[in-house]
Design a protein around this ligand. Structure first.
Ligand SMILES: CC(C)(COP(=O)(O)OP(=O)(O)OC[C@H]1O[C@@H](n2cnc3c(N)ncnc32)[C@H](O)[C@@H]1OP(=O)(O)O)[C@@H](O)C(=O)NCCC(=O)NCCS
Length: 179
């Protein structure tokens, strides 16, 4: 497909009419059903979330979800932030800025909502462009022990609330089924 690099797309919160399109984006981007299913379960179960679609007209091209993640500090108390993911863009629309647009908009909304941090498990070549840093440099680990050190990253949104934050981040249990 010959697509203009200056693709014009809109980003907005998900609504009912885009749910099928969101499922399709995850299935095609991940070549599997797991992420689409976990998005549906998180939508049903999470008290709060940020779910954004990128679209042209009514066609969904990309989707990102942010759901609660809890940092349990070594001293025993916890602080609530968000986990970014899954993030996916239709294969034929990748590398056109859609993933970037979704991440930037979601992180802006997370900051406006007052969340102190966002974590992500992902490619260390992709997420640092949004201000993510290796979480272990802050003494923060992921509860999933099989996640490589460089793949677990954090973006601090409220530095004053994020001092002495050594501890472990727990994602929603709905993620447990996604390998
Ligand atoms: C990862 C993904 C969401 C990125 O979305 P996108 O719209 O293609 O990305 P953008 O156009 O905003 O950014 C493109 C840039 O990111 C880079 N990039 C894209 N995917 C990358 C990846 N997995 N690792 C490293 N770099 C990546 C591109 O090379 C490009 O770099 P450049 O700006 O230096 O040229 C998309 O490729 C995708 O859906 N992949 C399959 C599902 C997936 O892996 N999701 C992420 C799970 S962590």
């Amino acid at each position: 497909m010959n697509l203009d690099k200056q693709l014009k797309f809109n980003i907005q919160e998900e609504t009912e009419q885009y749910l099928a399109g969101i499922r399709l984006v995850h299935r095609l981007a991940f070549h599997a059903d797991g992420e689409a299913e976990v998005v549906d379960r998180l939508r049903e179960n999470c008290p709060v979330f940020i779910s954004l679609v990128a679209k042209i007209g009514e066609k969904v091209l990309g989707h990102v979800l942010f759901t609660p993640a809890r940092l349990i500090k070594n001293q025993g108390w916890s602080i609530e932030g968000l986990g970014l993911g899954p993030l996916a863009v239709l294969p034929e629309y990748q590398k056109l800025g859609i993933g970037t647009g979704l991440c930037v908009e979601g992180l802006t909304r997370a900051a406006l909502a007052g969340y102190p941090f966002v974590v992500v498990i992902g490619d260390s070549a992709y997420y640092p462009r949004f201000g993510f840093k290796k979480a272990s440099t802050f003494g923060i680990r992921c509860a999933y022990e099989d996640v490589p050190d460089e793949a677990f990253m954090i973006k601090i949104l409220k530095p004053k609330r994020m001092t002495d934050v050594e501890g472990v981040v727990y994602y929603r249990q709905e993620f447990d089924s996604v390998s």
